[in-house]
Design a protein around this ligand. Structure first.
Ligand SMILES: Nc1ncnc2c1ncn2[C@@H]1O[C@H](COP(=O)(O)OP(=O)(O)OP(=O)(O)O)[C@@H](O)[C@H]1O
Length: 250
């Protein structure tokens, strides 16, 4: 473990599915407490990149370091790596047979062996933090989409991960529920989480990103603070992508 280096270092990562190259030489460092937001058209490789970090997809070339540890080394223990990373996906994949508090505390109890009473104390504090302390005993089907996604985020941070990966966490939500998830991500940022997030919500990228990374066809075209990317993009491809967003049928 390297305390002073980046939390995440993606070095020359390539990934192909069959003949189709999806990631073509990705280099990306993420510093401690940094929030990096990946944007790009559908199919540009955002999710695949997050999956390589979480070892759900193997890289074909290059390597990925988590706090200095090469997690793409075939000898790396995938479960141990995943225990260091919190993940939230598009579809709130809460366990339907567990209530909110059990969803939040399960990993802490089962993976880290934290005694139930202690895990629940932490879990209740987390539910309070996300404004759902009155829903601890509710099952997912009794929660709104936004509430479920907030529980999923609480579950992802319950084990104090070194890195949080958020993949399209608002795209299955009604527009009026997006704000409550955005507020929570902003709060995590303020609390010092290190986050890599893929999103189609440019409002999200503007609101929380320290750095926005524009991905096209598996290549990083441009990366910089949101003011640069949205107001003064340097590359024509970035300008074109942003123009198209405003004219979706153009
Ligand atoms: N398991 C897989 N097998 C084959 N092809 C895949 C697989 N997963 C992703 N792909 C392909 O890889 C490309 C990149 O997909 P990916 O999901 O990473 O893009 P994305 O930028 O996250 O898109 P979206 O914004 O729609 O989620 C797409 O062409 C997709 O069809």
């Amino acid at each position: 473990m390297n305390e002073s280096g980046p939390v995440l270092a993606i070095e020359g990562v390539h990934k192909r599915f069959g003949e189709h190259p999806v990631l073509r030489g990705i280099d990306l460092d993420v510093a401690k407490h940094e929030v990096v937001v990946l944007i790009g058209a559908s199919g540009s490789g955002k999710s695949t990149l997050l999956k390589t970090v979480n070892l759900l997809e193997q890289v074909d070339d290059g390597r990925i370091l988590l706090a200095g540890d090469d997690i793409t080394d075939p000898r790396a223990d995938a479960d141990a790596v995943r225990a260091r990373i919190g993940v939230v996906f598009q579809h709130y994949n809460l366990f339907p047979h567990l209530n909110a508090i059990d969803n939040v505390t399960l990993a802490d109890r089962k993976v880290f062996g934290t005694p139930r009473a202690e895990a629940e104390r932490k879990g209740r504090a987390l539910l309070e933090r996300i404004g759902l302390s009155d829903k601890a005993g509710e099952y997912p089907d009794r929660l709104s989409g936004g509430q479920q996604q907030r529980v999923a985020i609480a579950r992802a941070i319950a084990t104090d991960p070194e890195l949080l990966l958020l993949d399209e966490i608002t795209s299955a939500l009604d527009p009026q529920l997006v704000g409550e998830v955005l507020d929570l991500v902003r709060e995590l940022k303020d609390a010092g989480s290190t986050i890599v997030m893929a999103t189609h919500e440019m409002s999200f990228a503007r609101a929380v990103a320290d750095r926005v990374v524009y991905l096209k066809d598996g290549v990083i075209i441009e990366s910089g603070p949101p003011e640069q990317i949205f107001a003064h993009p340097e590359r024509e491809e970035t300008r074109e992508f942003l123009r198209r967003l405003h004219t979706p049928f153009g």
